[in-house]
Ligand binder design. Sequence first.
Ligand SMILES: NC(=O)C1=CN([C@@H]2O[C@H](COP(=O)(O)OP(=O)(O)OC[C@H]3O[C@@H](n4cnc5c(N)ncnc54)[C@H](O)[C@@H]3O)[C@@H](O)[C@H]2O)C=CC1
Ligand SMILES: CC(=O)C(=O)O
Ligand SMILES: [Mg+2]
Length: 360
Amino acid sequence: MIIGLPKEIKNNENRVAITPAGVFELVKNKHTVFVQKNAGFNSGFTDNDYIEAGATILDSIEEVYDKADMIVKVKEPIEQEYGLIKEGQIVFTYFHFASSKPLTDAMIDSKSICIAYETVEDKNGTLPLLTPMSEVAGRMAVQQGAKYLEKPIKGKGILLGGVPGVQPGKVLILGAGVVGVQAAKMAAGLGAHVTIMDVNMDRLRYVNDVMPSHVVTEFSNEYNVRKHIKTHDLIIGGVLIKGAKAPKLITKSMLKEMHPGTVLVDVAVDQGGCMETTKPTTHENPTFIIDDIVHYCVANMPGAVPYTSTIALTNVTLPYVINIANKGWEKACEENKGLQKGLNIAYGEVIYKDILESVH
Ligand SMILES: NC(=O)C1=CN([C@@H]2O[C@H](COP(=O)(O)OP(=O)(O)OC[C@H]3O[C@@H](n4cnc5c(N)ncnc54)[C@H](O)[C@@H]3O)[C@@H](O)[C@H]2O)C=CC1
Ligand SMILES: CC(=O)C(=O)O
Ligand SMILES: [Mg+2]
C-alpha cells in the first residue's frame, strides 16, 4: 500500500503520525511511504531520518494526498485539506466528528474511508488509541491550570501546593477516566487537595484504592457539582461518552457561583466540552475569560509536548497502521471488531451512528 504522511497544519500541532521507526517497519512489510518535507521536524525527526528508514520525501501536502492510498495523520483534517482527500482514500487520524458538523459533512462528501483513532476499542471496550493522549492531556491539565491560577494572568492567585502554614489549593476533576486519574495524580503530587467525580462507581473505587488520602471521590450529580464549584480553585473537565457530545456539567449560570479567578480546564473540548461556556482555543491563544472565570480549552493539548506525545501516540497506532496496510481496511476491520469501531464514515455513509445524533 502507498502511505502518505502529511505535516500537521493545525495551530501549534507539532506531533507527527509516524516516526522513522514506523517507516522502517512499514517498508519492511513492503509498503511505500511518502513523507511531506519537514513533517517530523518539530518532533525531533529530520527528513534524512525518514529517508534512511526508507521513505521518500515530497515537497508539498498536495503531492502526499495525491499519491497515497492511506493518509496517516494526528489531528482531524482542517478546511484547507478537505479538497485534497479522494474517494476511497483511507484517512486514519483523530476526527472527533461529534463536535464538528462541517468536518462530518466534508468527509461524507469526500467519500473517503475515515477511521478515527478515538473510537477504536480494545477487547475490554477501552480506547487504546486515545489513552496515551489522554494521559498527556490529563497531566498537562494540572500544569496549565497551575499556571493560569497565577494573578498576573487573571487567576485567583493561589499556589496549588500551598506552603507550610498555608492551606493548599483545591482541584475538582470531573470524570475519573484516563484524563481524570492522570490529572489527579499530578495534582496530588503537587500537594493540592483533590476531589474527583464520576458516575461510574468502579472508577471511583479504583481511584479510592490507588490514590493518597488527600484525593477524595464523590459521585457525579448536579447537586454535588454545584456544591464543589464554590470551593475549588481549579476545575478540570475529563468526561467522555464514547463517540458522542460531552454532557454539560457546568452551565453558564454556575460561573457566578465560583470565586473570581477560578480556572476551568476543559480537556473534553474536542467532544464539545463538558462546560457550557467552552469554545475551542489554540496554544497561541489558550484562554478566555467569562464572568471572571478563566477558561482553558485547547483541543490539541498534547501538540505542545511533541517529544513526548509523538512517541506515546505512535507506540499504539503503528500496529494498526501496519495491519490496515497489510490487509486493506475491509479485511482488517472484519477481523478486528475493535478496529471496526474506529470506522466512522465510509464512501459517504456514516457507520458510527452516534455521530449523527450528536452533530445534527
Ligand atoms: N483537549 C485535548 O487535547 C485532549 C482531549 N482529550 C479528551 O478528553 C476526554 C476524556 O478522555 P478519557 O479520559 O480518555 O476518557 P475516559 O473514557 O477514560 O473517561 C471518561 C470518564 O467520564 C465519565 N463520565 C461520563 N459521564 C460523566 C458524568 N456525567 N459525570 C462525571 N463523569 C462522567 C466516564 O464514566 C469515564 O470514567 C475525551 O473527550 C478525550 O477526547 C483527550 C486527549 C487530549
Ligand atoms: C485526543 C486528541 O484529540 C489529541 O491528542 O489531540
Ligand atoms: Mg483533541
